[in-house]
Write a protein that binds this ligand. Structure first.
Ligand SMILES: [Zn+2]
Length: 559
């Protein structure tokens, strides 16, 4: 109230300054990432969304309708990193959920760190996790660095990467759901702490994962009313837990018995809408117990809802399961917003909601509906490529790895044969472009020496990080999906996929609400990398170190 009074006084005394120059800062910023949310899911189910969730965002907030991920691959780890660093994998270095490492001759997970231990797990986890692979600062870091670490940053998610990457290098904590830990606790890493704080241990002691897995998932409304989706029983979805068909209801209590011997019982919560409810409860508990948004130093709470991604991969965006999941997530968001209103104050926080990537329905569904589609069969491509190079330059082990988007050439072989790398790169790129599914192959040499201004060439370059990327970067025609092995028939590729530079994978929601955010909408082309620099402007912080995004000017217009 006092701040509002000064605001009015100041405005009267000094005339027409913009509101942005003198407005008060939010006490809490909340970043909500809905993993795999498509832009159209803001609208598709709207007739049954309530007033307090997605519709409140649109009613009160500012909606950027034309927001697109601007790099390849459109995956979870690059997505979360890009949102919070305000830059693309070309600078922050998280070029995929995993990437091939030439020295190790193996894949590295985006947040894997064998020097760290998982904190709070009941089981001995064989791996650790940290943000050490992230090569640029996040807005989370800038907030902490900006006032000698008096602002608090807490990141929570179901997936480890959904919590760790948004938090950057120096958050107070990142927590995620550990399905390997019976009974499904929230855990952290020794990177952040030696042991879990009391409130997290207390939350775990409620054993909510266990309780939620004893509930069945049935539709909220009579199933015949789910007209935004295909019929429940169809050929485009994977079945769960040995069920003969991909249909409601999902009896998790029964399924968990089958999964228990393999230690994957709590993974089932990742395909249940209750996983979203669990995360919402955990996030609200973090607001209360960490006293977020209660002092003059703005805090940041990063929340990443992972379940929509897992449900998407299993059933696809056209499924009844997805529709019901979103109707329930809408209620979770309503609960979160209401908790923020009461605990932080309706005019004291600023929130954004976006996604790390969208997704396409499965090729089986697309084919059935006469859409262009195809499969890039990487094993077969690798064989063809080897045979081509053998024929031209003599037999050799040419390819160290081909993951679909990156070809890593065996540089020892090229050196031994006294060939030049850029020449072989170009041979490989030219050969790959003769394959019917391939749209474009660019060499590392080209990516290091050319500047691409727009289109798919630019999105490829935005995803190219010299130390970690391949020697040839490949992208496919619209509708084509990457399959590692050569066997799968189109009909057997179900659920949903993402990763391409096409709009079905890149067009995501971007909606803001709260202090400093005018009401409105825009069709201007923007990117999720514009979020972090916008926050830097709203909070008067230094920009994240490698920022490429631009502040969303709609918030800072003089009028
Ligand atoms: Zn994702």
């Amino acid at each position: 109230m006092q701040k509002l009074y000064y605001f009015i006084l100041f405005t009267i005394a000094f005339g027409c300054h913009t509101h942005a120059q003198i407005q008060s800062k939010p006490k809490l910023v909340v970043g909500v990432v809905i993993d795999q949310m498509r832009f159209d899911q803001l609208y598709k189910y709207q007739n049954r969304y309530g007033e307090n969730g997605f519709k409140r965002l649109l009613r009160e907030g500012f909606n950027f309708k034309n927001a697109n991920v601007n790099y390849i691959p459109s995956e979870t780890a690059p997505g979360h990193s890009s949102i919070y660093t305000g830059t693309t994998p070309a600078y922050h270095g998280i070029i995929g959920n995993s990437w091939y490492d030439r020295e190790l001759n193996d894949f590295i997970g985006n947040v894997a760190d064998s020097d760290e231990k998982i904190v709070g797990s009941l089981n001995e986890n064989p791996y650790g996790a940290s943000p050490k692979n992230l090569s640029a600062t996040t807005i989370s870091d800038e907030l902490r660095l900006g006032n000698n670490f008096r602002s608090k940053v807490i990141s929570v998610s179901i997936k480890d990467r959904g919590a760790i990457l948004p938090g950057g290098n120096s958050p107070n904590a990142a927590y995620w759901h550990d399905w390997e830990s019976s009974p499904g606790y929230f855990v952290s890493s020794s990177y952040y702490m030696k042991k879990l704080p009391k409130w997290v241990s207390k939350f775990n002691a409620l054993e909510k994962s266990d309780a939620y897995l004893n509930e069945s998932w049935n539709t909220l409304y009579p199933i015949e009313t789910y007209t935004a989706s295909t019929a429940d029983d169809n050929d485009f979805e994977y079945s769960l837990g040995g069920k003969p068909s991909p249909t409601f209801p999902y009896d998790f209590q029964n399924m968990r018995e089958k999964y228990r011997p393999s230690g994957t019982e709590y993974r089932l919560l990742w395909v249940s809408p209750a996983g979203n409810t669990l995360l919402t409860e955990f996030a609200i508990s973090a607001i209360e117990n960490e006293e977020l948004g209660t002092d003059e130093f703005p805090d940041l709470l990063n929340i990443s809802y992972s379940i929509p991604d897992v449900i998407g991969h299993t059933f696809g965006p056209q499924s009844v399961e997805m529709e019901d999941l979103y109707l329930r997530l809408d209620k979770n968001l309503g609960d979160l917003f209401t908790a923020l209103d009461t605990k932080v104050g309706k005019d004291s926080y600023t929130l954004f909601l976006t996604s790390d990537h969208a997704a396409s329905p499965a090729v089986s569904y697309l084919k059935e509906n006469k859409q262009n589609t195809g499969i890039a069969r990487i094993e077969a491509y690798t064989e063809k490529l080897n045979a081509f190079l053998d024929g031209k330059y003599g037999a050799g082990a040419w390819i160290s790895n081909f993951n679909g988007n990156n070809v890593y050439l065996n540089k020892n072989n090229i050196n031994e044969k006294k060939l030049l790398l850029p020449v072989i790169e170009q041979e490989v790129a030219d050969f790959l472009m003769t394959l019917p599914e391939v749209y474009l192959a660019l060499t590392a040499h080209d990516l290091q020496t050319q500047i691409y201004e727009n289109g798919l060439r630019k999105t490829i370059q935005n995803g190219y990080y010299p130390e970690r990327s391949g020697d040839v970067l490949v992208t496919y025609k619209s509708g084509v999906v990457i399959q590692p092995d050569s066997g799968a028939a189109v009909e057997n590729v179900k659920g949903a996929v993402h990763g391409s530079g096409y709009s079905y994978d890149t067009h995501v929601p971007l909606v803001w609400m709260g202090l400093g955010i005018p009401h409105g909408e825009s069709v201007r082309a923007v990117n999720p990398i514009d979020i972090a620099p916008s926050l830097a402007m709203l909070l008067n912080l230094q920009l994240p170190s490698a920022v490429l995004g631009k502040p969303l000017e709609e918030f800072f217009n003089e009028n």
